[in-house]
Design a protein around this ligand. Sequence first.
Ligand SMILES: Cc1cc2nc3c(=O)[nH]c(=O)nc-3n(C[C@H](O)[C@H](O)[C@H](O)COP(=O)(O)OP(=O)(O)OC[C@H]3O[C@@H](n4cnc5c(N)ncnc54)[C@H](O)[C@@H]3O)c2cc1C
Length: 367
Amino acid sequence: MDKHLVLVGAGHAHMTAMAQISALQTQGIKVTVIGPSSHHYYSGMGPGMLGGTYSAADISFPVQQMVEAQGGIFIKDRLEAIDAGKRSLTLSSGNTIAYDVASFNIGSHVPDAEVLKAGEVFSVKPIENLQAGRQRILALAEKGMVDVGVVGGGPAGLEVAGNSWACGRERGGKGCRVRIYAGKHFMARVPVKVRKRCIQVMAGRNIEIIEGSYVAEINTGEVRLADGRTFQDQVLFTAVGVRPNPAFTRSGLETGPDGGLLVNTYLQSPKYPEIFGGGDCIYFADQPLAKVGVYAVRQNPVLLANLQAQLSGQPLTPFDPGGDYLLIFNCGNGEGVFHKSGVAFRGRLAFWIKDYIDRAFMRRFQP
Ligand SMILES: Cc1cc2nc3c(=O)[nH]c(=O)nc-3n(C[C@H](O)[C@H](O)[C@H](O)COP(=O)(O)OP(=O)(O)OC[C@H]3O[C@@H](n4cnc5c(N)ncnc54)[C@H](O)[C@@H]3O)c2cc1C
């Protein structure tokens, strides 16, 4: 009888497994993929979609088509809960699915509910929100200068600020006055020379960086900082970091301190060996990993190998997170900031390298 492999979330860490569905089925493994949408957006290119460099089609994988073209089953639904003892998943529709082995790649969300009291904001996850934010800026910029606020002074905040600025100038738009509410310090976790270059790019566009206090409350376009200062914005984005999907804590599974699914060196739950995971939704017990797509991408081949091995009783492969990784921030308008192994520079070449790498990744997983 066929073994049933269920891939929950058609995210970045499941790309290789999804590309191998035909091969898995010939090995007697039935594959089901569960995801809320027929497409998965590549986050690395999301800010570029906001800034008009890419269309939504350029940066999304048609995951449903990818799965079904290979004879797999795609269920458009969301995971609600996991009953690990019974090897069963409950979906938002109320349906349940049984599995022999399940792998989770259900990502993370922006925890902005704590500050958002009333009104609308575009959180940077899911990436689709950036498309909605873009439409809002384009509509307002036709009539006049748009006040855009970006809550969060990390890499995602930087990219969204730079690309909002670029978006406001498209199609004869009147432009955007962009403010970044950066908390204590802007780009606090990158080396000083990288930070300096990011500040230079923002300064060249009159993007205001507000430091020294965190946002305490957002109330229908009004941003109030903890130190009492208030600002008005027509369009607000939130980029205040991410937290793993809450499905694991809700299901009573073992998690790390951030609520991510606890996995061992094989990307496997220590308590339930038939459960695996990758990407932002896991907590890697060997060492905490930054929530960057780089790790999700590196986990791909190990996840595939271990899912097959677990289903066939073969030994598992350890995941090695690897060393230093390349970071290039897309600042919009064809400019980027490059950082790798102590080398940092800004300009068009930086963006060109990122664009080349990102487009190659997109091509690799097109059906
Ligand atoms: C604006 C921005 C720019 C970024 N740029 C970069 C970059 O250039 N380089 C880099 O390395 N990292 C970057 N990151 C970080 C990167 O986004 C994450 O590390 C990466 O998305 C993690 O991939 P993932 O597949 O784990 O999660 P996600 O990309 O969030 O994918 C999760 C998938 O699970 C699905 N899903 C969610 N909930 C459920 C559910 N309940 N049931 C079923 N499916 C579900 C979602 O629809 C989605 O398809 C950026 C992040 C942001 C916000």
